[in-house]
Design a protein around this ligand. Structure first.
Ligand SMILES: C[S@@+](CC[C@H](N)C(=O)[O-])C[C@H]1O[C@@H](n2cnc3c(N)ncnc32)[C@H](O)[C@@H]1O
Length: 356
């Protein structure tokens, strides 16, 4: 860590090939192929990392759950704010953010995310099942139902549009651009060669709106620029010089794909068995028995990385812990950057990646 502990010297039990390299600029960093784990604060590194397609945030929860966690959710919004601002600054409309937290932690931070341009998509719920309380929850003492969930909330960095210098959504902008041509809305169907689906889906002002796929966008833009009022040309342009190309249009929203049958309720027990990183491994004694209280199942990390990125895309995991994203990124050819500030976690994450 810059201006702090040098983990290279601490990790005396580390075999030479696992030893992190000391970079004069970046401090301690372990790199394997396209995957790098840093021993540093994430906020020191964002500006040096490549543009993310996916950010996995699993930072403080406000439940005193692991070393460095906050005692209460109240302080989370202020703590996350500089991180959220940096994520916004370095993201593009192709970027997806997965924000892990407790329900209350997320609710506390949600307004900060929205204020910084993150558009809410969906709240995914990790249901750890009854095994999580294993008969230990005395509801008469708790005075509530036992909690067996965490959330992984899906946000995207919505593309920025404007109408007359006022910010607008993509839906509003598309409708406005067509309106400017002076052509009736129904002619969007002719432009796309369909009976009525184009007007109904792509120019709708209500919740039935759909993002126009690239070929439909290209056809509407071409038709508008050929047949629309010449005085208003170009239409569907962001620079008032040329209409947006199909290729540019395809990069104006976050990637997403998933298999049939996946819903927003993810039923899976707390990480156990061979996947659970223990407090003592390969002769190295760590301070904590089950090393990290907040270890995430690789299954979920694979799900979110595969849903929101493609091969060679960049994944950020700023609060790495045991860096599950490193394991999955390495397996599925993603570029990956993580940070961790607790030496035991950092070393265990490197060891985990190196033995994947
Ligand atoms: C909830 S845990 C992450 C657990 C991880 N997802 C896993 O499955 O192992 C959060 C981690 O963030 C680390 N952390 C806290 N503040 C940080 C910062 N500013 N930069 C980097 N890491 C930080 C903590 O040390 C902790 O290990």
């Amino acid at each position: 860590m810059r201006n702090g502990t040098n983990v290279v010297s601490q990790a005396s039990l580390f075999s030479e090939w696992l030893r992190p390299k000391r970079d004069p600029e970046l401090g301690d960093v372990f790199t394997r192929n396209q995957v790098s784990i840093h021993f540093d604060r994430a906020e020191h590194l964002y500006a040096t990392w490549p543009t993310p397609t996916c950010i996995i945030s699993d930072g403080p929860y406000g439940v005193n759950g692991f070393p460095g966690d906050h005692q209460k959710a109240e302080s989370l919004a202020a703590w996350y704010e500089p991180h959220i601002k940096a994520w916004s600054e370095h993201s593009t409309p192709e970027t997806t953010l997965w924000f892990w937290n407790t329900e209350l932690g997320w609710a506390t931070v949600h307004p900060v995310l929205v204020a910084n341009g993150w558009e809410y998509r969906c709240c995914n719920i990790w249901d750890k099942g009854l095994g999580h309380i294993a008969g230990n929850a005395n509801t008469q003492t708790l005075r509530k139902f036992p909690v067996v969930t965490e959330v992984c909330v899906h946000y995207v960095k919505a593309a920025a549009f404007s109408i007359n210098d006022q910010s607008a959504t993509m839906q509003e902008w598309l409708r406005h651009e067509w309106q400017r041509t002076g052509l009736p809305f129904r002619l969007a169907n002719e432009a796309c060669g369909v009976l009525n689906a184009a007007t109904r889906k792509y120019l709708s002002p209500d919740h039935l709106w759909y993002y126009p796929p690239v070929d439909a966008f290209e056809k509407m833009a071409q038709y508008a620029n050929e047949h629309g009022d010449p005085a208003g040309r170009p239409y569907f342009s962001l620079d008032s010089i040329t209409p947006l190309s199909g290729e540019r249009w395809s990069r104006m929203r976050a990637k997403f794909s998933c298999d049939v049958g996946v819903t927003n309720v993810w039923r899976e027990p707390q990480v156990g068995g061979a996947e659970r990183i223990q407090g003592e491994r390969n002769g190295m004694k760590y301070k904590f028995k089950s090393l990290h209280g907040s270890q995430k199942p690789l299954k979920f990390i694979q799900l979110i990385i595969q849903a929101s990125t493609e091969s060679d895309d960049v994944v950020w995991e700023p609060f790495g812990g045991l860096c599950p994203g490193a394991v999955i990124s390495s397996q599925f050819n993603r570029q990956y950057r993580a940070a961790e500030i607790i030496p035991e976690f950092y070393i265990a994450a490197i060891e985990r990646l190196a033995t994947t």
